[in-house]
Ligand binder design. Structure first.
Ligand SMILES: C[S@@+](CC[C@H](N)C(=O)[O-])C[C@H]1O[C@@H](n2cnc3c(N)ncnc32)[C@H](O)[C@@H]1O
Length: 391
C-alpha cells in the first residue's frame, strides 16, 4: 500500500473524500485545503485516475512535513531525506512543479529549483546522473507548500482530470466538470435513482451542458477517463508490470444502459446547439432532453425532482434586473414542486440575488470554493418541511 494524495479544487475536499471512500472503501484524511490523503495500491491509483469525477489529480505522497521555520534550507533538507532512486531510475528525465499558498519569503519557482537540486544530488551520491527536462519530463515531482506544510509527491495523473475530453463546444463561461458533477451529487438526484428511476434532473441554465452531461455519465457509470485511457506512470517503479488497459476494461464492464429523465434548458439557442454537440461527443445525446427555454418557465414542468445549475454571476454585466426576477420565478416553482434539492454555484452580484430569491426554501448546504480566481459559493436548498437538515 502507498500513501496517496488526491487533489481537487479547494472547497470540494468533502466530495473527493466521499468519492474515494465509496470507490476504495478506505478512510480519507484532509491534509490541506483541496488535498486529501489515503492508502492505495498502484492499481487503485490508476483506477481512481480513470473513474474519479471529483479529483484533479492523484499522486504518490512521498513526504509530508511541517517545517518550522519554513525556508529554502528546510525545504532542501526535507527533499534530501527522500530515497528518490527507489521511485524512479536515473535513465528517466524529471521536472519539479511547485505551488505555494500563504506568505513566504521565497517563490514557488525557488521551491521547485531547491527540490530539483536535492533530487540531482541524491542520484549523484549514488554515482549516477539524472537529467531535468522541464518541457517533457518522464517523471513529474510536485511540491506543495501550504503555510508551513510541505508535501512532496510523484504525479500519477499528468494532464488535469477535469479535462474530460468530450467537450467540443466551449461555452464562454463553461463550468469545470469536477464542480458540475459535485452539483449533481449535491442535488440528490443520483441517490434518488435506485428507488425512483424516473427522477428528473433539470439544469434550466445549462450553457454547454456540462452539468447534465456529468449527471448522465455518473448515472450510467461511464468513466470520465474514457476519452483518455492513459496516464504517465511508465517511469515510476511502483507501476511496473501493471496493465492500464486491463484496469480500464474492468471499469468499462460496469457501464449500464437505462432510460433517464435529464432536462437541459437555456435561453440561448447557440448554447443549446453547443450542449447538443457536447452530449453527442460524450455519447449521451439520447439520454438528455434539450430545449431553448427561459428558466422562469420552470413551473411548467410536471415534475422537478432535482435541479443543479450554474447561473450567470453578472461579474461583467453588472446590474441586470432580469436575473433577480428569473431567480424569483424559479424559486416559486421550486417551493411548489421541488422533490429533492436545488443545488447551484454562484458568485458576484448574482449571489445575493439568488439567496434572496431562495429565502422561502431551506438552505441545507453552503460552502465557499475558490474557482478560477473567483470566490464562489456552492449552495443547496430543499423545500421546507422535507428531507433532513445538513450534509
Ligand atoms: C454560467 S452559464 C452556464 C455554463 C454551463 N454550466 C456550462 O458548463 O457550459 C449561464 C447560462 O445561463 C443562461 N441564461 C441566462 N439567463 C437565462 C434565463 N433566463 N433562462 C435560461 N437560461 C439563461 C445563459 O445563456 C448561459 O448559457
Amino acid at each position: 500500500m502507498l500513501l496517496a494524495l488526491g487533489v481537487t479544487i479547494p472547497g470540494l475536499d468533502p466530495f473527493l473524500g466521499e468519492e474515494v471512500k465509496e470507490l476504495l472503501g478506505r478512510d480519507v484524511r484532509g491534509v490541506v485545503p483541496g488535498k486529501v490523503e489515503f492508502l492505495a495500491t498502484p492499481e487503485e491509483i490508476l483506477r481512481l485516475n480513470y473513474t474519479s469525477r471529483t479529483a484533479i489529480r492523484f499522486l504518490i505522497l512521498v513526504s509530508k512535513e511541517i517545517l518550522d521555520p519554513i525556508n529554502l534550507e528546510s525545504v532542501k533538507k526535507s527533499a534530501s531525506s527522500i530515497e528518490w532512486s527507489s521511485f524512479f531510475s536515473p535513465s528517466s528525465t524529471f521536472a519539479v512543479r511547485a505551488e505555494r499558498v500563504g506568505y513566504h519569503d521565497f517563490t514557488s519557482v525557488e521551491v521547485a529549483a531547491t527540490v530539483g537540486e536535492a533530487v540531482v544530488e541524491h542520484f549523484s551520491s549514488l554515482g549516477t546522473r539524472i537529467r531535468a527536462n522541464l518541457k517533457r519530463p518522464d517523471v513529474v515531482i510536485r511540491a506543495y507548500v501550504s503555510g508551513n506544510i510541505l508535501l512532496l509527491g510523484l504525479d500519477a495523473t499528468g494532464e488535469s482530470l477535469h479535462k474530460r475530453g468530450y467537450r467540443v463546444f466551449e461555452h464562454r463561461t463553461a463550468l469545470n466538470p469536477v464542480i458540475a458533477y459535485s452539483l449533481v451529487k449535491l442535488s440528490g438526484w443520483l441517490d434518488s435513482l435506485p428507488s425512483d428511476p424516473s427522477s428528473v434532473l433539470v439544469d434550466p441554465m445549462c450553457g454547454g451542458g456540462t452539468i447534465p452531461i456529468e449527471g448522465v455519465l455518473a448515472a450510467l457509470r461511464i468513466p470520465p477517463g474514457r476519452w483518455r485511457r492513459n496516464y504517465p506512470v511508465d517511469h515510476l517503479s511502483l507501476f511496473q508490470g501493471i496493465s492500464q488497459e486491463e484496469i480500464f476494461n474492468r471499469e468499462d464492464s460496469y457501464i449500464v444502459d437505462r432510460d433517464l429523465n435529464v432536462l437541459c434548458f437555456d435561453i440561448s439557442p447557440k448554447s443549446i446547439r453547443g450542449a447538443m454537440e457536447n452530449a453527442k461527443s460524450a455519447g449521451v445525446y439520447d439520454k438528455i432532453e434539450f430545449d431553448v427555454r427561459d428558466a422562469s418557465e420552470l413551473i411548467s414542468l410536471n415534475r422537478i425532482s432535482s435541479v443543479a445549475t450554474d447561473p450567470p454571476y453578472e461579474l461583467r454585466t453588472g446590474r441586470n434586473r432580469r436575473i433577480g426576477e428569473t431567480f424569483h420565478r424559479m424559486a416559486s416553482a421550486l417551493e411548489e414542486k421541488l422533490e429533492h434539492r436545488f443545488s447551484a454555484i454562484c458568485a458576484g452580484p448574482a449571489l445575493p440575488k439568488l439567496m434572496a430569491a431562495m429565502r422561502n426554501l431551506k438552505l441545507v448546504f453552503k460552502r465557499r470554493i475558490l474557482y478560477g480566481g473567483i470566490e464562489a459559493r456552492l449552495l443547496a436548498y430543499e423545500r421546507r418541511g422535507t428531507g433532513q437538515e445538513g450534509h
